[in-house]
Design a protein around this ligand. Structure first.
Ligand code: ADP
Ligand code: MG
Length: 645
């Protein structure tokens, strides 16, 4: 029979260490958190060999008394909580009393500390969990903790460590999170005696963001704030032009603690819906402050995740705060000149690689935008496939055919409630719907998109059969003809769908379409939704469905092709949270198919029609896929480029 026995304290500590200390960066995090909890105003972090050889964190906080030193490294010993109820009043970063004991078990740890009341300091050394005793030492007020040879007695853990470079990257990420959360504290980070970061106590959050992520990002952030009862949200979010290919640049802080929260990250993504291409993620630095009893921080060993009492309400707060802000902000990308200085010069390794990558992304973005003006790069782009004949045979632009042209009053009118609307309006998933219901915020608080010169209609020149170049009050606007038309059709169709008034065309002979069984099932399951879009489908046995009527605006494209597109959207959208999102996806797909393409030559009337519509669309900055519809080159910027100023 297997025998049950109690584990030794040393093994218990190693198990705890396994949870909390994954790599040198975990040590940096725990020691820095202790320093913040000790009330330090200055915290110096030094690491050697990516932190594997040494992590040293020195603070000028309250210090530890001599008779407490051995307790500090004992497991489950803490000065931060007393009783169970304290878990719901946690005002410190630490409270588990495990970090120092865990670290001491798997390294050689030295603590030197002195309180303001004593003239000399004391030190304790623990190697592999064995205390070498407490002895007097000379040191300033505060605490210095050194961790040597991490994982020296846990070879398996050691094997999992990555290159010095990678470990240093994690260390500087841990440093960044804490330094962003405590902007009034002076921080430094050294690696092998080189200073990577020096952040003075007076460098505000924006200054810190610029130091860590580059001036360009810091210059493209928007301040947001709101309060909901006792909960305050504030911080910076980046303009859509400064998105990333992953969500790592979404920094959330709860009561000065860095956290990860999938629901809030989802809210962030929703707030940018329609502003970003799929696969792009917004950048944000958001701080939440709330009474400690509204959140449980004791759900995760490294306290990275927390549990909110009312997560749904918080979700809505994040979403609506950002949406409201975006409605009053001009999001048209402005093209800026490159900075003269090289911000990578001041940085080393870990963060510098990221900074460089950002610079590359940024430069690519700029080349692409300026490319719109230069014939060589514009002609490199492959022309989009054309659904119908050549330019001569093309039917005139669909939007001229719209029987009820847009007008300004129309754009601001209230929408009829749609049956598939979510009960919680704040979760409305389309940027456009928010824009339509709060239409006036653009004209009062906001800036209309690149207004034409007063008294002059916006006139444009079509270049390369794909871009419209126009003079505006601000400077020069370059419009992507496909993206703008797509946006206009999307808005138009969306309004019609919500009002239940899509023009549909019955087919004299219903068109059969063969689909895979799963595809046919999905189409039939969404029959009602498709009918709202003007597309009637019926089962015809097996995988065949019959298309009997069809949206009029798609008269140029075969029903088969449209249904194909719809099927793809339905299947790939199966994971979308609700029907509203699905409808949105379908509207995007249809608008994209129906819109004029890059490569289509436009008549002057068509250009005028496009431009006329542009001013009536609330969110003309972006096509439904989130690509920009227009770029503005300000006159100021042009003057600068031509060295006039
Ligand atoms: P916790 O932070 O969860 O309490 P730790 O193991 O990290 O647990 O630390 C144990 C105790 O040691 C803390 O509660 C605190 O009293 C003391 N301590 C640790 N680091 C410092 C420091 N830098 N300055 C002052 N006290 C410290
Ligand atoms: Mg701690």
């Amino acid at each position: 029979m297997p025998r049950i026995h109690a584990l030794s304290q040393s093994l218990i500590n190693k198990i705890a260490a396994g949870e909390v200390i994954e790599r040198p960066a975990s040590v940096v995090k725990e020691l820095m958190e202790n320093a913040v909890d000790a009330g330090a105003t200055r915290i110096d972090v030094a690491v050697a060999a990516g932190g594997v050889d040494l992590v040293r964190v020195a603070d000028n906080g309250c210090g530890i008394e001599a008779d407490q030193l051995e307790l500090a490294v004992a497991s489950h010993a803490t000065s931060k909580i007393q009783e169970a109820d304290d878990l719901f009043r946690v005002g410190t970063l630490g409270f588990r009393g495990e970090a120092l004991a865990s670290i001491a078990e798997i390294s050689r740890l030295v603590i030197r500390s002195r309180t303001a009341e004593t003239s000399g300091g004391w030190q304790v050394e623990v190697a592999g969990g064995q205390s070498q005793g407490v002895a007097p030492c000379g040191c300033p007020v505060g605490t210095t903790v050194e961790v040597h040879n991490l994982f020296f007695n846990t070879p398996v853990r050691r094997k999992f460590l990555r290159s010095t470079q990678t470990e240093l990257g994690h260390v500087s990420e841990a440093f960044t999170r804490i330094a962003l959360a405590a902007p009034a504290t002076h921080f430094t980070l050294q690696h092998n005696d080189r200073t990577l970061f020096e952040l003075s106590a007076s460098s505000g959050p924006l200054e810190r963001i610029a130091t860590f992520f580059g001036r360009d990002l810091a210059d493209n952030l928007v301040w947001v704030e709101s309060s909901d009862g006792a909960i305050r949200l504030s911080g910076y979010v980046a303009l859509p032009t400064h998105s990333r290919s992953n969500n790592r640049m979404q920094y959330l802080f709860l009561n000065r603690r860095h956290i990860r929260d999938r629901s809030l990250q989802h809210a962030l993504g929703e707030a940018y819906r329609g502003l970003l291409l799929t696969g792009r993620f917004p950048v944000a630095f958001l701080a939440l402050e709330m009474p400690a009893d509204l959140v449980d921080v004791n759900v995760h060993p490294t306290k990275l995740e927390v549990r909110f009492q009312d997560g749904g309400r918080l979700y809505s707060q994040v979403l609506s705060t950002l949406r409201t802000k975006f409605l009053s902000t001009n999001l048209t990308p402005h093209v800026a000149a490159p900075a003269d200085e090289d911000p990578t010069g001041a940085l080393d390794s870990g963060r510098a690689a990221e900074v460089r990558q950002e610079l590359v992304d940024w430069a690519k973005g700029k080349v692409a935008s300026w490319g719109a003006l230069s014939s060589s790069s514009a002609s490199e782009l492959p022309a989009a496939p054309r659904p119908f004949g050549d330019a001569q045979e093309r039917r005139p632009l669909e939007l001229i055919r719209l029987d009820r042209p847009w007008n300004a009053a129309d754009a601001a009118e209230e929408e009829p409630p749609a049956p598939w609307d979510l009960p919680d309006e704040q979760r409305a998933s389309s940027m456009a719907s928010a824009a339509a219901t709060a239409g006036e915020s653009f004209s009062t608080a906001g800036f209309p998109p690149s207004p034409a010169l007063p008294g002059r209609p916006l006139q444009a020149l079509q270049i390369h059969n794909r871009y419209l170049v126009a003079e505006s009050q601000e400077g020069v606007v370059v419009i992507d003809q496909h993206a703008l038309h797509e946006r206009i059709l999307y808005e138009h169709l969306r309004k019609r769908v919500l009002a239940g008034a899509v023009e549909s065309q019955a087919l004299l002979v219903p068109e059969p379409l063969d689909l895979a069984p799963a595809e046919a099932a999905s189409v039939l399951e969404h029959r009602e939704l498709l009918a709202k879009l003007g597309m009637k489908v019926e089962p015809f046995g097996g995988g065949t469905v019959l298309v009997s009527s069809y949206p009029a605006m798609l008269a140029n494209i075969s029903p088969g092709e449209v249904l194909r597109g719809l099927v793809d959207t339905l299947l790939s959208g199966a994971k979308l949270p609700d029907r509203r999102d699905m409808l949105d996806e379908l509207l995007h797909m249809i608008s994209c198919k129906a819109a004029i393409k890059a490569g289509d030559r436009l008549t002057p009337e068509e250009i005028a029609a496009l431009l006329a519509e542009r001013h009536l669309i609330d969110d003309a900055h972006h096509c439904p896929h989130g690509r920009p519809t227009a770029l503005v080159f300000t006159r100021e910027e042009l003057d600068k480029q031509f060295k006039r100023i």
